[in-house]
Design a protein around this ligand. Structure first.
Ligand SMILES: [Zn+2]
Length: 194
């Protein structure tokens, strides 16, 4: 994490942005911009965020986290490290302080898929022996209507929660989507000018 005693140029840069703001929407946009740019480099390997191509973005993201927590002390306890790749991120208040979480950049989803594949493989391996049980379960499932699983993109859902924390108000999913679309357009424009 950023250390308050050293002041790299990007801290000064972001501090300037933060202090000069009339509202917090610029911070939200920078947060989403950095998040999406970093996530584009995600690989489910321990050091993915330490590669030169992404480490500068991660330094800027850490400084932004530092500034966000400086403004909102309650969020400090929500900054945790990913169990898999060790990157810092803001988690929900209900999971604050935990050290067994996967990051929203990709480890959480990748681990969920991995565990699901393991369960599926085990299931198919034992399928013949459990045929009777399967039929019982099918009967049980058909008699109960299971709730529809949410199809909302987990990254969008995560950003909605974190931006609501930063903004200290409920930010609607529609507002988050328009912020994300705006941010993606900005990234595309930046790429065209390179
Ligand atoms: Zn991770």
């Amino acid at each position: 994490m950023c250390n308050g005693n050293t002041t790299p140029h990007y801290i000064t840069h972001y501090t300037g942005i933060y202090e000069g703001m009339q509202n917090i929407s610029q911070i939200n946009q920078i947060f989403i911009l950095l998040f999406i740019k970093i996530q584009a480099h995600f690989k489910f390997v321990p050091d993915w965020h330490k590669q030169p191509i992404v480490s500068k973005l991660v330094s800027e993201y850490y400084c932004l986290l530092f500034l966000i927590c400086k403004e909102n002390k309650k969020l400090e306890k929500c900054v945790v490290r990913c169990k898999f790749c060790k990157i810092y991120f803001i988690t929900h208040f209900c999971t604050a302080g935990r050290n067994d979480l996967g990051c929203p950049f990709g480890c959480q989803e990748a681990n969920r898929k991995k565990q699901s594949n393991i369960r599926s493989t085990e299931y198919h391996r034992n399928h013949k022996n459990k045929k009777k049980k399967l039929n019982q379960n099918r009967y049980r499932l058909s008699s109960k209507k299971s709730p529809q699983k949410s199809k909302i993109n987990p990254t969008f859902r995560y950003l909605q929660i974190v931006i609501s924390y930063i903004d200290r108000r409920f930010v609607s999913f529609e507002d988050i989507l328009s912020l994300i679309i705006k941010t993606i357009k900005t990234i595309k424009k930046q790429r065209q000018h390179i």
